[in-house]
Design a protein around this ligand. Structure first.
Ligand SMILES: O=C(O)CCC(=O)C(=O)O
Ligand SMILES: [Fe+2]
Length: 331
């Protein structure tokens, strides 16, 4: 399936008329299939990002990477949220990830600042940058942080298009996202060599490495490099389509939170990833609200959750195997 392409540089530099033009297309695509592609992205360097993702995932052993993991996978670390998570064998989801959020600083300062039993202490945790022996990770850090900023810019540009196209005051989005709990993730999917659950075997003989799901985010912005495998379910026919590849561009989809923010007008579409028997790297950015943002339908201003985003998110992710050992939070 070829996604409709949105020209980010033209939105940024083309003036009001071009912004109106692109806003209408963004709205149309997000209403119809919930997916589109962004091209011409100032500052995005796919080759550089792929090199750094490969450096981290393929040039270091799991043992080395585990030094930067979280408490869910190594009870001896106090880190809870940001860093590395390893492959969990024989599960539906088969991947290892390195992730950062918006926040930098030392873990000690962070712990001193936030009540450790609060969800803010979890979700605002600073990045955990690797420092492998005899190697500098400065370049890795520089590239990954710079790309985070590029993805973040693209998410904001698209939200401006949505605000324009749906006539929702941009301030309503801004005040709920100006301290975003976004996650930027470098994913490595090795070909499956474990016991593959029956639910991951398709009748066609194909194998799944990420089962079908909605994203919970506002928007998900994704670089797939030259790796195929991403499939989207047509919301109308329920047929599955493979998304083509185009390195240097971003595939963007609507998440559940944006679907609800827009009163269901924009569609959060189900997708999955196939294991095509080869290494696969991808780099998604999940654009999320502030930890204390109320969860509202911005078309009616009605709340759809009794608890703010942070608490809602923790309750939600605890359903997934990677997160089921997270503590419970009430504040
Ligand atoms: O790796 C991909 O291409 C997509 C991953 C995905 O859907 C996700 O992480 O939510
Ligand atoms: Fe996804």
């Amino acid at each position: 399936m070829k996604l409709v392409e949105i020209d980010i540089a033209d939105i940024l530099n083309g003036g009001e008329e071009r912004r109106e033009y692109w806003s209408a297309i963004v709205i149309e695509q997000f209403k119809e299939i919930g997916f589109l592609r962004c091209v011409n992205i100032p500052g995005h360097d796919d080759a550089e990002l792929l090199e750094k993702a490969n450096w981290f995932h393929l040039q270091h052993s799991e043992q080395e990477k585990m030094k930067y993991t979280t408490n869910r996978f190594d009870p001896s670390t106090p880190r809870l949220y940001r860093g590395y998570f390893p492959i969990i064998k024989n599960q539906g989801s088969h991947k290892e990830c390195f992730e950062i959020g918006d926040f930098e600083g030392t873990f000690e300062d962070h712990q001193a600042k936030y009540d450790t039993s609060s969800v803010a202490s979890l979700m605002l945790e600073p990045a955990q940058w690797p420092q492998f022996e005899k190697e500098s990770s400065q370049e890795f850090r520089k590239t990954v942080r710079a790309e985070y900023e590029v993805y973040h810019m693209v998410a904001r540009v698209l939200i401006e298009c949505i605000s324009k196209g749906l006539k929702i005051d941009i301030e309503e989005f801004r005040k709920r996202t100006d301290r975003t709990c976004a996650t930027f993730r470098l994913i490595h999917y090795p070909p499956r060599a474990d016991i593959i659950p029956e639910s991951c075997k398709l009748p066609t003989g194909e194998i799944i490495s990420t089962p079908e799901h909605h994203d919970t985010s506002i928007l998900t912005v994704l670089e797939n490099f030259n790796y195929r495998g991403l499939q989207v379910q047509d919301p109308k026919t329920e047929k599955w389509f493979s998304i083509d590849t185009k390195p240097g561009s971003f595939v963007v989809n609507v998440g559940k939170i944006l679907e609800r923010m827009t009163g269901g007008q924009l569609r959060s579409t189900i997708h999955r990833v196939l294991d095509l028997g080869e290494e696969r790297i991808s780099a998604p950015f999940f654009y999320e609200p502030n930890v204390d943002a109320d969860l509202v339908d911005l078309t009616t201003m009605e709340k759809w959750s009794d608890v703010p985003y942070g608490l809602w998110m923790v309750q939600y992710v605890k359903k997934f195997v990677e997160y089921n050992s997270l503590p419970s939070y009430e504040k």
